[in-house]
Design a protein around this ligand. Structure first.
Ligand SMILES: NC(=O)c1ccc[n+]([C@@H]2O[C@H](COP(=O)([O-])OP(=O)(O)OC[C@H]3O[C@@H](n4cnc5c(N)ncnc54)[C@H](OP(=O)(O)O)[C@@H]3O)[C@@H](O)[C@H]2O)c1
Length: 149
């Protein structure tokens, strides 16, 4: 995403990850925000091992719920709007037609429940939010639709 932004003349993007920014540590989030003075922030940090989350639920909730809340709270303290990446796993997948934003979220996995709790935490912590429930992310790097399919 930060690479893509390089070709947009009006956008300056910073991608900051661990150890500089760890969503378990609110002070590191504050420091990262203070370093770059963003106009908008996006949280892409997550526990994404869907199957492993079934037996590793503490860590899934620590990152996907609590980490999301800490990030959104830090953004709210600076009056920053936030884009939060969520997932179609908040739905149970039993619907035979495309899901709508208004459909009830009913996750049937630990990963889905942790991400739904994260969405709720973000909504509560920061009024200026957009939650994106995507099915895939796309990149030429990492584990995603493009490199897998
Ligand atoms: N991949 C998809 O197709 C897909 C589909 C739907 C939704 N999503 C959502 O999109 C977002 C990004 O997914 P992704 O596939 O890019 O995930 P990913 O490849 O698993 O990357 C997760 C990122 O979170 C970082 N992270 C983990 N723990 C952290 C912590 N404590 N503090 C800060 N960063 C931490 C990881 O950093 P390290 O490299 O240091 O471990 C990694 O960069 C997630 O919210 C995911 O739920 C993804």
């Amino acid at each position: 995403m930060a690479d893509e932004a390089l070709s947009a003349p009006d956008v300056e993007a910073f991608a900051i990850g661990r150890p500089a920014l760890d969503v378990r540590d609110p002070r590191s989030i504050e420091r990262a925000f203070a370093d770059v003075w963003p106009d908008l922030v996006m949280n892409t940090a997550a526990y994404t091992a869907v199957d492993k989350a079934e037996t590793d639920s503490d860590l899934a909730f620590l990152l996907n719920r609590d980490g999301a809340r800490r990030f959104a709270e830090a953004a709210a303290r600076r009056n920053l709007p936030i884009i939060h990446l969520s997932t179609h796993y908040v739905f149970d997948g039993l619907k035979s037609t495309p899901y709508l934003e208004t459909d009830e979220a009913r996750p049937n996995t630990v990963y889905g429940r942790s991400k739904l709790d994260g969405e709720k935490a973000v909504r509560q912590a920061n009024l200026q939010h957009i939650v994106v429930r995507t099915g895939w992310v796309y990149s030429t790097r990492g584990h995603n639709f493009f490199t897998r399919v």
